[in-house]
Design a protein around this ligand. Structure first.
Ligand code: UDP
Length: 381
């Protein structure tokens, strides 16, 4: 009856489902949560303010095909996303850029340092903090020490429970030192929000006569992954299966749990017009939370009365009911463990792994949509 079963309805699952349906396949989407959209899920809160239930998601991309594909299901509220760090009460542009340099060092000293940095790395370039730290010039060393201490060390300790040295350099490299006056957090061509939110966008994507969506449906209640075949409702399923969930959970975590970082989101509604006057403030030297997001500045919502904010408190995921694995902890040991689970699938040629959880990777929304478009191309042949 179904040509493909997609497990999970986030950005990955919804994109594959749509493309396969457009190619004429009958697709079943199984979503264990009571709603679609994965961690992009957004909804109005009790005060009518659009919130991101699983933390702020800012879409950004340079990929034309991704932007065009998503634009079939939404209009956009486009803006250049900016972030500041609260460093002992001063608000500094993040990523640390030339504007930040002048704020920290003052006109005269900063002008000298700017020349030095540009001679070393070139105007407009991006330098990961762990690269900058290797520089032996004493003045550049001093900048690196400042940025490391005031932007990266404490935030990273909160977010990962580890120092920047201990985590994969790809992670801190996401927010490099920027040798330009561009205050935007991302330099991508398109950045912003689906105008009516992510949930509406994914609802439209899944709204296709060849797609059936079952929510509150744990795949394990109707599927079985055996070593050489997949069962669906008791019979062998020979169609394609795209799995976007956590891979260890498919196998009862038999080799041990894959480590993840989780987050607790504390939402607060305030009667005042504005809390921080901007979308995101990172707390890089103080507090137990990493950042505060004020949603109306993220979504551009105009008709909101009062304002809703969220604080993010990271912690180590343990797999307890109600906890959500948000970030894979990338290191060799964890990748080896992940590979053991991948091995379990070696005889299942019709099962594909896709997404942050199933691939144990740190994907942005656009990267996973791109990957999903490519996978759909492979499967439908
Ligand atoms: N980071 C930091 N200070 C900041 C911003 C980022 O130390 O002010 C580090 C931290 O380790 C974080 C990583 O850079 O986990 C990636 O940041 P990003 O904002 O991309 O994280 P996400 O929004 O995906 O949680």
């Amino acid at each position: 009856m179904y040509d493909s079963i997609i497990i999970g309805s986030g950005a990955a699952g919804s994109t594959v489902a749509r493309k396969l349906a457009e190619a004429g396949q009958h697709v079943l989407v199984l979503e264990q949560r009571p709603h679609i959209g994965g961690n992009c899920y957004d909804r109005p809160d009790a005060y009518g303010i659009m919130i991101h239930e699983y933390g702020p998601h800012i879409f950004h991309t340079n990929e034309e095909d991704v932007y065009q594909f998503l634009s079939e299901f939404t209009d956009w509220y486009l803006f250049g996303h900016e972030v500041v760090a609260n460093v002992h009460g001063s608000l500094l542009p993040i990523p640390f850029n030339l504007n930040t340099l002048y704020k920290v060092y003052g006109q005269e000293k900063a002008a000298e340092l700017e020349k030095l940095l540009i001679a070393e790395y070139g105007a407009g370039n991006r330098v990961p903090i762990m690269e900058l730290k290797k520089n032996t010039d004493p003045q550049i060393q001093a900048i690196a020490d400042y940025v490391y201490e005031n932007v990266f060390l404490h935030y990273t300790m909160k977010q990962w429970g580890q120092t920047p040295e201990e985590i994969d350099p790809e992670v801190t490299g996401r927010v490099p030192i920027l040798l330009s006056y561009d205050n935007r957090y991302f330099q991508d061509k398109y950045q912003g929000m689906p105008k009516k939110g992510y949930t509406v966008m994914f609802e439209k994507m899944l709204n296709h006569p060849c797609i059936t969506v079952r929510t509150s449906a744990d795949c394990k209640s109707c599927m079985e992954f055996q070593s050489d075949k997949v069962l669906f409702e008791g019979a062998e399923f020979k169609g394609n299966v795209v799995y976007t969930g956590a891979l260890d959970e498919l196998f009862g975590c038999k080799y041990g749990r894959l480590p993840y970082r989780s987050l607790e989101f504390q939402f607060e509604h305030l009667k005042e017009e504005s809390f921080q006057g901007r979308s995101v403030v990172n707390y890089t030297v103080s507090e137990d939370f990493t950042r505060i997001t004020e949603f109306k500045y993220l979504t551009g919502q105009q008709d909101a009365e009062g304002t809703t904010i969220v604080r993010e408190y990271p912690f180590a995921y343990t797999g307890l009911k109600g906890e959500i694995p948000y970030y894979a902890i990338l290191n060799n040991k964890n990748r080896e463990l992940y590979q053991k689970y991948v091995e379990e699938l070696r005889l299942l040629k019709n099962v594909y792994l896709l997404g942050r959880l199933a691939e144990y990777k740190y994907y942005n929304i656009d990267a996973i949509v791109k990957k999903a478009l490519q996978l759909a191309d492979v499967i439908r042949r």
